[in-house]
Design a protein around this ligand. Structure first.
Ligand code: B12
Length: 235
């Protein structure tokens, strides 16, 4: 494969104020300058740029460029981690803005990345979008043991739970977690949504999940579908 290149979002100028430039942010995320990223995203928010635009046009280009390099083994874990830290600095500022736009709570959603898996950028974005769609969101983070999911589902009387997995090895723990929920006698109380790059609708069907989301938009669509479906009420 040829050397990965920065993919500039088409039409970004129309979504930004006159004279605005994202290139400094693209580079900051790429090289992992998280303090600069924080400052730049604050400036974008203060300027009134839509948070989704900041995410798509401002934060993703530099992140994706490094992601492609990581996949091609041009860079390795340390470089990818500092890029992820910068990305998360930006996400942390956007999250409350999107949550503030949310409608009244439509359901309790517990999100987490399954056991053995440290990837959390995608699930954080899904969580932010679900919050924005009106779900009351608890994010358990990464490397979540099935017992932790079960404990939290019970404690919060969750309506939905979401399992993210990015590795072809850890998708197996989506199945294990579903099996454990079943064994704990909670399977009829909670709807289960899965996602992550190596997952598919076929995999979701195979492991008995209730839904699968390719991306954050689909995740919200599926969550809204599932919240309307009948399930056993919590005692
Ligand atoms: C960033 C990254 C890392 C970072 C993670 C930092 C962090 N805080 O997340 C670090 C450097 C730690 C890392 C480590 C490793 N990684 Co990595 N990583 C990536 C990378 C570059 C980007 C992943 C990402 O964030 N994508 C962006 C988000 C937005 O996309 P997403 O996660 O797919 O999420 C979207 C959808 O999938 C969906 N979605 C996600 N979750 C959920 C959940 C639900 C419920 C729903 C409905 C939807 C949904 O919606 C999201 C938004 O659209 C990918 C390659 C790539 N370009 O994708 C490799 C990649 C995933 N990593 C890979 C590997 C191999 C590893 C390591 C094993 C490397 C190593 N040798 O140690 C370790 C594993 C560590 C571990 N135990 O988890 C491989 C996996 C291959 C495979 N199929 O198994 C990939 C594909 C790279 C590659 N081609 O080699 N990685």
């Amino acid at each position: 494969m040829s050397e990965p290149r920065l993919k500039i979002p088409e039409g970004w100028e129309e979504r930004a104020p006159e004279g605005w430039e994202w290139s400094e942010l693209w580079e900051a995320v790429e090289v992992g300058k998280h303090i600069f990223t924080d400052e730049f995203v604050r400036k974008a928010i203060d300027t009134g740029i839509n948070p989704r635009t900041i995410l798509d046009d401002g934060l993703f280009p530099g992140f994706n460029l490094q992601g492609d390099r990581f996949t091609e083994q041009i860079i390795f874990i340390p470089e990818m981690l500092i890029t992820a830290r910068a990305m998360k600095a930006g996400l942390a500022l956007i999250r409350p803005l999107l949550a503030a736009q949310a409608e009244k709570p439509i359901g309790v959603f517990v999100m987490g990345t399954v056991l053995g898996d440290m990837h959390d950028i995608g699930q954080s974005i899904v969580a932010i979008m679900l919050e924005n769609a009106g779900f009351q969101l608890t994010n358990l983070g990464t490397d979540v043991h099935p017992d932790k999911f079960i404990e939290t589902i019970k404690e919060l009387k969750a309506d939905l739970v979401g399992f993210s997995a990015l590795l072809s090895t850890t998708v197996y723990y989506q199945k294990v977690t579903i099996d454990e929920i079943e064994k704990a006698g909670l399977r009829d109380n909670v709807k289960i949504l899965i996602g992550g790059a190596p997952t598919t609708q076929d995999w979701a069907d195979e492991i008995g999940a209730d839904g699968w989301g390719r991306d954050a938009v689909q995740a919200v669509k599926q969550a809204k579908r599932l919240i309307a479906e009948p399930r056993t009420a919590w005692a």
